[in-house]
Design a binder for this molecule. Structure first.
Ligand SMILES: [Zn+2]
Length: 177
C-alpha cells in the first residue's frame, strides 16, 4: 500500500487538457485533490496502470467523479484505457455516473482455450462501439490470434454487457437497464 507521501498519480497539463494517469490500485485510500485540474476544460483520466480496484475504491472513484461534476460543471471527463477487471466493476455502478463522463477506450478480454493465455491488449474505442450500435449491429471486437500457440482466441465476456461501458453516460439514464 502506498504511503501518504507517495503519489499514485501523475498530472500532465497542456492547454485546456489535463491528463491524470493513475497507477497502482484503487482502494480505500483513493484521493486525487480537485485542485490538480483547476481551470481545465477536459480532464482525461488514464487507467492504464491501475491493476486493481476494490469495491470501496469503486465507491470512492464514483464519489470523486461526482465531486468533479459539482466543482467544475462544464468540465468534460474522459476515462481511458480501462482494463477488464475495472470495466467489470465500473459496469456495476455505471447508472450512478454523471452526464459529463465518457469512457473513451477499454481493453477487450480474450482467452485462449488451447493454452489458457489471457490477452488484454486490444483497445476498443467508444467511436467503434457507437458506430455498430448506430448501425444496429451487435458490437464485437476484432478477432485475434493467440501470441503463444497461434490459435484463434475467444472473447472472454458477454460483449453486450461488457462494452456497454462505452455508451455515453447521458444516454444511460434514458435506457431501461
Ligand atoms: Zn494459446
Amino acid at each position: 500500500m502506498p504511503r501518504a507521501s507517495e503519489r499514485f498519480y501523475d498530472v500532465m497539463k497542456s492547454g485546456d487538457l489535463t491528463e491524470i494517469a493513475l497507477n497502482g490500485h484503487i482502494g480505500h485510500e483513493f484521493n486525487v485533490p480537485l485542485v490538480e485540474f483547476a481551470g481545465a476544460r477536459i480532464l482525461r483520466v488514464n487507467m492504464h496502470k491501475v491493476g486493481l480496484i476494490t469495491s470501496e475504491g469503486t465507491r470512492l472513484f464514483v464519489k470523486w467523479l461526482w465531486e468533479i461534476e459539482r466543482s467544475c460543471s462544464d468540465l468534460k471527463l474522459q476515462i481511458e484505457k480501462v482494463s477488464p477487471i475495472l470495466v467489470r466493476q465500473f459496469n456495476t455502478v455505471r447508472g450512478h455516473w454523471t452526464p459529463n463522463i465518457q469512457v473513451t477506450t477499454v481493453y477487450a478480454p480474450f482467452f485462449c482455450e488451447g493454452c489458457e493465455y489471457e490477452d488484454h491488449s486490444q483497445l476498443v474505442t467508444a467511436q467503434e462501439y457507437a458506430r455498430s450500435v448506430h448501425e444496429h449491429e451487435d458490437f464485437m471486437p476484432k478477432p485475434i490470434i493467440c501470441p503463444k500457440c497461434h490459435k484463434p482466441m475467444e472473447l472472454d465476456c458477454d460483449p453486450e454487457k461488457y462494452f456497454v461501458i462505452l455508451k455515453r453516460a447521458d444516454s444511460n439514464r434514458k435506457g431501461s437497464r
